[in-house]
Write a protein that binds this ligand. Structure first.
Ligand code: PMP
Length: 434
């Protein structure tokens, strides 16, 4: 068995020495997790935890069909996509079946950061402009370019002041606590973004790319008010630019009612970036775009990723999509997500600390405030609530620039019983303290 044998505390100390501290781990005293099954994680003492954070593990932990496909493919062949094998064609075709017809070509990579990086390169080549407009409080990746367009200060406290000159920020269209408020604020946010485009044009700057998530995932699944994306997309295109919908976090059926987040807005992006869920945890990402956009890069060099679209990754990707459909997990996200929303709404009526409920399906966010009038964020309390939830057997984490939103994005095999357990535990903590 590959399971580590050292005691948990000793392993943690050794991790501190051997693995960079740049990336912190969940909890000061984390349980040692060596197994997972469906929406549960199991520590080395055999204690199960409800996993509310693993949207990467779309189908659930330890899915036997993914494991069987991976084992079978490893024994047959794993090589790169310069070779001709069925898996790369099958996955690309399966992805194209999920998108609007205007998007007709796929490039396979290994992560969300790579997908965003490649998307930005394609867009810059196609529009012949390096300038990108992006949204505050967002996160798009860790690589040089994807980090440059990530403006979330929880991931990088210096994000607002250290962007390269080709990055142009606009406000996060947050209808709950942003510059403009209310469900009808989309038009006002869009007007601000369009005005910014005009100012930049006067300075001689033509935006080639607009990148945004169709819901702000990093901020807690916060919805983008209607009108915003259609208006901004039109303005960007009118000036010769293209629009990227970063679906890495909220796409792939998780919203229940829609497979992709952009469908909520009635827009069709020029480029989609997707990753995380695609491989159920195996590194896999994709850029889905138009052939003319992809071909623009060929004038500036070629694209090749040694492991992107490998036989193994592509086979896993096809298996994940098939299981997602066959197990009806998008429908499950809608149904169980509805139960979750109902339970959380009932809690919000009794607990004034719940300031807002964001998201839908199995991507939700519970925003905690000290005061419903001032919206003062419960930034100190939220991590403590997460610690107490862990004691009750639930793994949930704070997110957003104010670290006051409980991020709720469990594997999509999540059940009604698990939804009720989560709501019950949150009720217990908000009632009896943390
Ligand atoms: N885009 C979005 C919206 C993300 O949330 C993330 C990761 N959290 C990324 C891109 C980067 O993906 P990865 O971690 O796979 O590089």
């Amino acid at each position: 068995s590959p399971v580590a044998t050292a005691p948990t505390a000793e392993l943690l100390r050794r991790r501190g020495n051997a693995y960079a501290q740049l990336q912190s781990h969940y909890y000061a005293e984390p349980p040692q997790i060596e197994r997972g099954w469906r929406e549960f994680l199991i520590d080395t003492d055999g204690r199960p935890y409800l996993d509310m954070v693993n949207n990467v593990t779309l189908l659930g932990h330890g899915h036997p069909r993914v494991a069987a496909a991976a084992a079978d493919q490893w024994l047959r062949l794993n090589t790169n996509s310069r070779f001709h094998y069925a898996a790369v064609t099958e996955l690309s075709e399966a992805l194209l079946e999920k998108v609007p017809e205007s998007l007709n070509t796929v490039l396979l990579v290994n992560s969300g950061s790579e997908a965003v990086d490649l998307a930005l390169r394609l867009a810059a080549a196609y529009t012949d402009s390096p300038h990108v407009m992006c949204v505050r409080e967002s996160y798009h990746g860790w690589s040089l370019a994807s980090d440059a367009v990530s403006l979330s200060t929880s991931d990088n406290p210096l994000a607002a002041s250290t962007r390269p000159s080709w990055v142009h920020a606009v406000d996060a269209p947050n209808a709950y606590r942003g510059t403009h408020r209310g469900t009808d604020s989309g038009g006002r946010y869009a007007a601000d973004a369009v005005a910014r485009l005009g100012e930049l044009a006067i300075e001689g700057i033509r935006i080639g790319t607009f990148i945004a998530e169709p819901r702000n995932g990093n901020a807690g699944g916060i919805g983008i008010p209607s009108e915003y994306l259609p208006t901004v997309y039109s303005a960007i295109r009118a000036a010769g630019g293209v629009c990227i919908s970063d679906e890495v976090q909220v796409g792939y059926g998780r919203l229940g009612a829609h497979f992709w987040g952009f469908e909520e807005h009635g827009v069709v992006p020029d480029i989609i970036t997707v990753a995380k869920a695609m491989g159920n945890g195996h590194p896999l990402g994709a850029v889905i775009t138009r052939r003319d956009i992809a071909e623009a890069l060929s004038e500036q060099g070629s694209f090749f990723s040694s492991a992107g679209g490998s036989t193994l990754s592509a086979r896993i990707g096809s298996t994940v999509l098939r299981v997602l459909d066959e197990e009806g997990l998008q429908e499950n996200a809608q149904q169980v997500g509805g139960v979750l929303t109902d339970g959380l709404r009932a809690l919000a009526e009794r607990h004034p600390m719940i300031g807002a409920l964001h998201g839908k399906g199995l991507y939700q966010g519970v925003e905690l405030v000290r005061d419903r009038e001032t919206l003062e964020p419960a930034s100190v309390e939220t991590p403590l609530i997460c610690d107490r939830m862990r004691e009750l057997g639930v793994i949930v984490q704070p997110t957003g620039d104010r670290q006051n939103v409980l991020k709720v994005k469990p594997p999509m095999c999540f059940t009604v019983e698990s939804a009720r357990y989560f709501v019950r535990c949150l009720d217990e903590v908000l009632t009896h303290g943390w």
